[in-house]
Design a protein around this ligand. Structure first.
Ligand code: C5P
Length: 231
């Protein structure tokens, strides 16, 4: 069988990263977290002192981003210029700044080029997944990066469910105070991201999976069932 490419998009808090990673693991495929690439680009610009409102300087900086990103779902490392930044890119300062970098169109061109190359690499027999394929997730994978993917899924969830999940991830609780603390960050980031990528409504041929009432295991199984229909 030829390589399988599974594309998953969704808003923040939809669970797309953890669900995609687990689906990749169970399918024996590589896993590409494209959000981590935008986060790494943001970290690199801040680290090298590039002002994020200088579009040309940010674009130059990202073109030279020395990123080494793992695609093994069991060990997805993110290393920039020899520094492991897997934890650093999850910090609030990066989450707050990432949309400014991701809405830079020259940055998107550069990272999309790298994402397509990573997907192509997993279709050849010498790569991590031994040519079996990849699950790639983000905001524009089903529409722009891999519109020809074998499986394309938009993973959604109600605003309430997304805020509660993100509050549990960041604050370890989904009580009122924790949800209020994540509210602006989640909704503002999605609003900013929506100006350059369409991930709230499924494009033609993309399957919508609403995870509002599903737990993690049920959502992974639903993804695997969608994949099974085409394989
Ligand atoms: O998925 P995650 O929350 O880690 O994504 C971080 C940010 O990266 C998003 O808020 C968005 O600005 C950007 N992103 C993007 N396109 C993608 C993946 C992520 O613009 N394909």
């Amino acid at each position: 069988m030829s390589a399988l490419v599974v594309a998953v998009d969704g808003p923040s808090g939809s669970g797309k990263s953890s669900v995609s990673r687990e689906a990749a693991r169970r399918l024996g495929l590589a896993y590409l977290d494209t959000g981590a690439m935008y986060r790494a680009a943001t970290w690199w610009c801040l680290h090298t002192g590039v002002p994020l409102d200088d579009q040309a300087a940010v674009a130059r900086c990202v073109r030279e981003l020395p990123l080494d990103q793992g695609v093994d779902p069991d060990a997805p490392h993110v290393v920039v210029a020899g520094t492991d930044i897997a934890d650093a890119i999850r910090e609030t300062a990066i989450s707050a700044a990432v949309s400014a970098v991701a809405t830079n169109l020259a940055v998107r061109d550069e990272l999309r080029r790298r994402q397509r190359a990573a997907i192509a690499t997993q279709s050849v027999a010498t790569s991590f997944s031994h040519g079996r394929g990849i699950v790639a997730e983000g905001r524009d994978i089903t529409t722009v990066v891999a519109p020809d993917a074998d499986v394309r899924i938009l993973l959604t969830a109600s605003q309430e469910a997304r805020l509660a999940r993100r509050a549990r991830d960041v604050h370890g609780s989904d009580d009122e105070a924790a949800v209020a603390a994540t509210h602006d960050q989640v909704l503002r980031r999605d609003a900013d991201d929506s100006t350059v990528a369409q991930f709230h409504v499924a494009a033609d041929g993309v399957v919508t999976l609403d995870s509002s009432d599903l737990d993690f295991e049920e959502t992974v199984e639903a993804v695997l069932a969608i994949v099974a229909q085409v394989t």
